[in-house]
Design a protein around this ligand. Structure first.
Ligand code: S3P
Length: 439
């Protein structure tokens, strides 16, 4: 068990690169495996979650290796995937397991999946329901892992309208559609991150997305796309960038710059909300890389005011709620977040963990099963070091380490090794900006 302690720090300053985007890294490996020819990947996030997807693909027979700074994926088309000799363990990664289940369910192979203690408790019904439509045979432990899937060689095209706004469900369905002989369609009420659609298009698939009159977003993937191996350059992760950004916003005199971050508008809800709270955040040097908008984020210490987060924005900041709660603790007045019930299905029950732990630190935080409200108070001082258990949730661990940088007696986070699932260099990057962290 690794513990990290964070202690009251002076201003953060400097310029940093956070690591590559986790969502895009998973997709680069998976779509590279589906393509014909060589895909080279620059700036792949080498975190535990992504490496779990990489080794699962290797077990499925894909040739993936690192050559100098580039990862090379030798795809041979989907027909070449084989049934692995062992159960594929995706560790802590919901994205890895849900996307791969979509992929294998459209192939003539049988694959068993499992994960760590956290992943084994997470709901899989959301992907099993559409996958059953495709004719895959599925054996699960009451809709949870371990799960065995016998893929359908010629999948029946899925036509699915989801009640959730989930990029994992959407991507799972689209990956199944790669081998289907008819067009696949998927609709969602609020648009979730669209990296899969963008990358499929970049690699040659015919995929269309439109908004219907009732506001629903509908995607159609033309059957049997020919995906061509490409060079994929992964932008840096806005969800990781949210941690140093949050600290810079709330420690007086801070000023930082985070380079080459993915600024896809379906990922930047956290930054948009912070701007509405009065936060000095600027996106500069914007460019387009492999179909994604990329740029630098400038953040300065700001006096923030509480806000009500619009429910429609929730999917675009879904992973940032833990660190957003920390920022809200330092805003004047009340901040209200509603429509967030899916947070209980993340790596931990994030509503419960945030509320209980913030209360333990002395903040005034209330919740329902679908909301959190926080009344900011800069003067909170519990008078002793607070100990937080990460519950094997990387974002809970990093959020409380950020909070400790403002607390007189600091915060100790237990089971902090979970940070390696998304942001292995968190400790070093935060320290390079001036954060007072100790192992
Ligand atoms: C992800 C989608 C989101 C997000 C997760 C990564 C993805 O999950 O929370 O961290 O890469 O598709 P949901 O699809 O469950 O909302």
């Amino acid at each position: 068990m690794v513990s990290i302690i964070s202690i009251k720090s002076k201003k953060l300053s400097g310029e940093v690169f956070v690591p590559g985007d986790k969502s895009i890294s998973h997709r680069a490996l998976i779509l590279g495996s589906c393509a014909v020819g060589k895909t080279t990947i620059e700036n792949l996030l080498e975190s535990e979650d992504v490496l779990a997807t990489l080794s699962a693909l290797s077990e499925l027979g894909v040739n993936i290796k690192k050559s100098k700074n580039l990862w090379e994926v030798r795809g041979n088309g989907l027909g070449s995937l084989r049934s692995p000799d062992k159960v594929l363990n995706l560790g802590n990664s919901g994205t890895g397991v849900r996307l791969l289940m979509g992929l294998v369910s459209g192939c003539d192979i049988t694959v068993s999946f499992t994960g760590d203690e956290s992943l084994k408790t997470r709901p899989m019904k959301r992907v099993l329901i559409p996958l059953e439509q495709s004719g895959a045979e599925i054996l699960s432990n009451d809709d949870k892992l371990p799960i065995t899937i016998k893929g359908n060689k010629i999948p029946i095209p899925i036509k699915y309208s989801s009640s959730l706004s989930s990029a994992q469900v959407k991507s799972c369905v689209l990956l199944n559609g790669l081998t289907s002989t008819g067009n696949t369609s998927y609709s969602e009420k609020v648009k979730s991150r669209d990296h899969t659609e963008k990358m499929l298009h970049f690699m040659g698939a015919e995929i269309n997305s439109k908004s219907l009159n009732d506001g629903t977003h509908k995607i159609e993937l033309k059957c049997l796309p020919y995906l061509k191996g490409k060079h994929l350059n992964i932008p840096n992760d806005p969800s990781s960038a949210a941690f140093p950004s949050a600290v810079a916003l709330i420690i007086p005199d801070s000023e930082i710059n985070i380079k080459n971050v993915c600024l896809n508008s379906l990922r930047t809800g956290f930054y948009k909300t912070i701007k509405e709270m009065g936060g000095a955040i600027k996106f500069i040097n914007k460019k387009n890389i492999c179909g994604e908008v990329v740029g630098d984020i400038q953040v300065k210490y700001s006096k923030l005011k509480g806000v009500v987060v619009p429910e429609k924005r929730v999917p675009s900041m879904i992973d940032e709620f833990p660190i957003f709660c920390i920022v809200s603790c330092f805003a004047e007045g009340e901040t209200v977040m509603t429509g967030i019930k899916d947070l209980k299905n993340k790596e931990s029950d994030r509503i419960k963990e945030m509320v209980q732990n913030l209360n333990k630190c002395g903040f005034y935080v209330k919740s329902t099963s679908n909301s959190i409200s926080i009344i900011g108070n800069k003067k909170v001082n519990p008078g002793k070091e607070i100990v937080i258990d990460s519950k094997f949730d990387h974002r809970i661990a990093m959020s409380f380490l950020c909070l400790g940088l403002l607390m007189e007696n600091g915060i100790k986070v237990k089971n902090a090794e979970t940070i390696n699932s998304s942001f292995p260099s968190f400790y070093d990057i935060m320290k390079s900006l001036g954060a007072n962290l100790k192992k």
